[in-house]
Design a protein around this ligand. Structure first.
Ligand code: S3P
Length: 169
């Protein structure tokens, strides 16, 4: 089965994909890392050289290539479900899981990790929470299409285990 973790930056997608891939013997792909490997540039460099639109195209291409593989868990980028037909493709190819967190929780985490994230790097700490709230609002309709929704702060291995038991061959 293919599992896709979606959600805002800082919602724990990478952490949980790494954790669950190790616990359940699945291959792990981090979509941002895969794009960086393919393009030989960091995400920040890609935003600089291609702009967001160019980055989204590269993201879509990387996703489409990886969709042909099997038995993996993927941590997507925060914007992945909201561009092209990425969300429909992921829902068709496998199981999508939305990791939810409040703007306040996300802002607290992201304050410490703004540098590598071009969309928030220049947003002042004092307005980060309201920036996140507005972006989450914009993206809600995409994230809402995920098949399973979990509050990140209550997540446990068992949440994924139940899903995996249902879909594993
Ligand atoms: C983005 C999230 C980032 C990365 C890029 C854009 C977004 O991934 O893909 O900076 O649009 O929310 P993470 O969610 O892993 O930080």
């Amino acid at each position: 089965m293919r599992y896709f973790l979606v959600g805002f930056m800082g919602s724990g997608k990478t952490h949980w994909a790494r954790q669950w891939s190790a616990a359940f013997g699945l291959k792990w792909y981090d979509l941002d890392e895969e794009i960086e490997k393919r393009e030989k540039q960091t995400i920040s460099q890609l935003f600089q050289t291609l702009g967001e639109e160019g980055f989204r195209k590269k993201e879509h291409e990387a996703l489409c290539t990886l969709l042909h593989l099997d038995d993996f868990i993927m941590s997507c980028g925060g914007g992945t479900p909201c561009f092209y037909d990425n969300m429909q493709r992921m829902n068709r190819a496998g199981v999508t899981i939305y990791l939810q967190a409040s703007p306040a929780e996300l802002a607290q985490r992201l304050k410490l990790e703004k540098e590598a994230r071009p969309l928030i790097r220049d947003v002042a700490d004092e307005v980060l929470e309201s920036f996140i709230a507005a972006k989450l609002n914009e993206r809600h309709a995409c994230y809402a299409q995920a098949m399973y929704h979990f509050q990140t702060r209550f997540l446990k291995n068992e949440n994924f285990e139940k899903i995996h038991r249902r879909y594993a061959k």
